[in-house]
Design a protein around this ligand. Structure first.
Ligand SMILES: Cc1cc2nc3c(=O)[nH]c(=O)nc-3n(C[C@H](O)[C@H](O)[C@H](O)COP(=O)(O)O)c2cc1C
Length: 198
């Protein structure tokens, strides 16, 4: 048993309700539902409104699934095969800003794309679906097989699905199948200067 998630300060329950299970049902996700999840990402804030995020979707049981799934680390293939869709998130690393003619780096491409990912995660939660971020995959393989150009960074893969029964998991997976906790806010916030232990 784990303790339930309790926030140190009052927040909308959505923030503690979102978590990353590994047991999924494998049922298809309606395209309209996934569009709503991605629409939430579309409205994320970004530096100069540059919107550097791009999403490459692979619904299960379609030809777009295998090139993403096959690039996952074995430990992640061990549960992600029950997801409804896998989404590769890439970000544009440079652009020509409005009113300029030269290409410039988009320094906040990862930061901004992280905001879009979080928006996806919360919108999925609100709709009764779960997302699970995946960093354990072969980025070069994804870049090659999906045709991601050099001026885009391969950020992450996201598995989306309906939460399934933990009995489908291996013992090791099941032992981790619960919402985890967080450091206290006091360990994350300092006033006036960088003042954090360790
Ligand atoms: C960018 C990113 C990469 C992650 N990579 C993996 C991964 O490769 N395998 C995995 O099982 N979980 C992965 N996770 C899930 C995290 O372990 C999880 O989000 C974290 O423990 C917090 O738990 P919660 O999402 O349930 O709140 C990843 C999450 C993110 C955001």
């Amino acid at each position: 048993m784990t303790s339930p998630r309790v926030s140190d300060h009052p927040i909308d329950p959505l923030f503690t309700r979102r978590w990353s299970p590994r047991a999924f049902t494998g049922e298809p996700i309606p395209r309209e539902t996934l569009s709503t999840v991605l629409e939430a990402a579309r409205w994320a804030p970004s530096s100069f409104n540059s919107q550097p995020w791009r999403f490459i979707v692979g619904h299960r049981d379609t030809p777009a699934w295998a090139p993403i799934f096959d690039a996952l680390a074995e430990v992640n293939r061990g549960w992600a095969h029950r997801a409804s869709a896998l989404i590769v998130i890439v970000s544009r690393t440079q652009w020509v800003p409005p009113g300029k003619t030269e290409v410039e780096p988009l320094r906040s491409h990862s930061f901004d794309t992280g905001a879009a990912w979080a928006s996806m995660a919360f919108q999925a939660t609100m709709l009764g679906w779960h997302v699970h971020g995946i960093g354990g995959f072969d980025r070069d393989r994804v870049r090659a097989s999906l045709g991601v150009p050099a001026d885009h960074a391969v950020e992450a893969v996201v598995a989306i699905g309906r939460q399934g029964d933990p009995s489908v998991l291996t013992d090791a997976q099941r032992a981790r199948e619960m919402p985890n906790q967080r450091q206290p806010l006091a360990a994350l916030v300092a006033e006036g200067r960088f003042d954090f232990p360790g």
